[in-house]
Design a protein around this ligand. Sequence first.
Ligand code: NCD
Ligand code: ZN
Length: 346
Amino acid sequence: MTSLNLTLPDDWHIHLRDEAALSTTVPDVARWAGRAIVMPNLTPPVLSVADALNYRERILAHVPEGNSFEPLMTLYLTDHTTQTMVSDAAASPFVHGIKLYPAGATTNSDAGVTALEALYPVLEAMQNHDVPLLIHGEVTDPRCDIFDREKAFIDSALVPLTTQFPALRVVFEHITTRDAVQFVEAAGEHVAATVTAHHLLYNRNDLLVGGVKPHLFCLPVLKRDQHQLALRKAVTSGSPRFFLGTDSAPHTRDDKESSCGCAGCYTAHAALALYAEVFDEEGALDRLEAFASFHGPDFYRLPRNTTSVTLSKTPQAIPSEFQLGTDVLIPIRAGESVGWTVALAS
Ligand code: NCD
Ligand code: ZN
């Protein structure tokens, strides 16, 4: 049996939601990650350091006994974010970034940014205070094809932004295209990207051939296989500019299996095992630890974790559903299996 010992990973992009959902989402990620960058797109969003600290307490209340999982908090950038809010964030040991959602780009992004250039003074403050900017990189122009929205965002927003603020640390979140890989590779050392397990494992054929699979619908949407292959190459390249971010996003079964199904895939229950499948298929298991456990903390300037996890190449069955409050959630691989199993070292 193949088995692998890794420094405990972190998840650099996750949605935990709030209230009853936390009793599912928090234990799921705490089973394989030491820390996670927690997205602020609640309703209402996490706008201030005070909001983030309250949310952090609600999350911590759901960390299983004896587990030292730590949520790393983020604020939601809006048209009304001020330079003072940035300096407050920089002064907090619990806030690790500010998230830019173009208004209307994705789930709970209505409060997002409508005119990025109007926020340049705020971005300048972020650069000065060295607060990372986390970006959902898609344009929202209704005339832009949904499969081209990431590339259009690179050209129209990311290139000007990174030119204007060369020292601003930017995480291009959940990248999905070869264009994004090339942009990150060519950008300076202050630009990095997270990559999800589902964008490595699936492409738009998995989403659409033989019928629509609502539980594989997320934003940015899955792309064609040549983009999936570029992502696989990037994460297994050893480049420190790519790191693990699941974008695990819980939605109820009813919200997903609807005439207007919402965006988000749930992977927190088995994320590390899913990434291991990819690295194994690519013959790059020796590169998994750096991607999962080193590149993220190095970029965020946090210490690497000091404990470890053991992965074994033993298939695990995935339940057909999980409880999500009073509803149910259909996870990735529901009713199927994942080729690896994770055990937290004590
Ligand atoms: C995320 C969610 O559900 O909050 N959905 C998704 O499809 N990824 C939001 C996001 O990260 O875009
Ligand atoms: Zn997300």
